[in-house]
Design a protein around this ligand. Structure first.
Ligand SMILES: C[S@@+](CC[C@H](N)C(=O)[O-])C[C@H]1O[C@@H](n2cnc3c(N)ncnc32)[C@H](O)[C@@H]1O
Length: 218
């Protein structure tokens, strides 16, 4: 996958690098809406990295089966190991696929999509293609949990802009990520028939975690 970023190199130190730069803030974002996901049965998990979120989701929701997609073989290996360690029966509930989320085979019907700090790896047109690709595979009422960086208005605008720019530079150097600015997920996801049902901001609006529900007729 020559045009894809390659997170293999930073997969193992990823967790330590995250804690060093932003402490536990990203982790709190990922886990914030976990209690809202225990009724879901079939998840599509895109770019979950080293699997810290999915492992917790398996523990909290023993009925769930999941398809996890990532371009990084090392990230997927860590994800499988972590899921197996936290929820020993999870190997029968987990399917992994090393490919781009824009190309991956999709299951028949999902009631949950997870994208934590993943949509910011995509440019606007890829993000729109992804939304259009996934939406026909979702059941009515399906949830999409999105965590991402955000540039707020007001006093935090400039510091947040600088922070996001530095992170993109770091990922360009370490993982070959070509994206340079945060895409807008709100417009395409609304147009596809989702309503935002809950939102939590952290670090003065630099981080956002959002729960969207698919209600195509509304
Ligand atoms: C910035 S990391 C985020 C990891 C984790 N979700 C988190 O919350 O920290 C992005 C993840 O998405 C994967 N990735 C990047 N572009 C991708 C693509 N087009 N398709 C699938 N996975 C991709 C990377 O390999 C990496 O595991």
């Amino acid at each position: 996958m020559p045009d894809q970023p390659n997170f293999d190199f930073i997969a193992r130190p990823y967790r330590s690098l995250e804690y060093l730069t932003l402490g536990r803030a990203l982790e709190r974002c990922r886990l914030h809406f976990l209690p809202n996901l225990i009724q879901q049965r079939r998840a599509l998990v895109l770019g979950d990295g080293d699997g810290r979120f999915l492992a917790e989701l398996f523990v909290q929701n023993p009925q769930l089966v999941a398809d996890a997609i990532d371009t990084s073989a090392t990230m997927l290996q860590l994800l499988r190991q972590r899921c197996e360690a936290r929820a020993p029966e999870s190997s029968s509930r987990l399917t992994t696929c090393q490919t781009s989320a824009l190309l991956c085979p999709l299951g028949k019907s999902y009631d949950l999509v997870i994208t934590h700090f993943f949509l910011d790896c995509l440019n606007q047109s890829d993000l729109e293609n992804l939304v259009n690709r996934i939406t026909p595979r979702l059941s009515t009422g399906a949830l999409w949990l999105i965590s991402d960086f955000h540039i707020p208005q007001g006093l935090m605008h400039l510091p947040a802009k600088l922070m996001v720019r530095s992170l993109y530079l770091a990922f360009r150097i370490l993982a070959g990520l070509r994206t340079t600015q945060l895409p807008d997920h709100v417009t395409p996801i609304r147009q596809a028939g989702f309503n935002r049902v809950a939102q939590q901001n952290r670090l003065f609006g630099l981080l956002t975690t959002e729960l969207w529900q698919f209600n195509p007729a509304s």
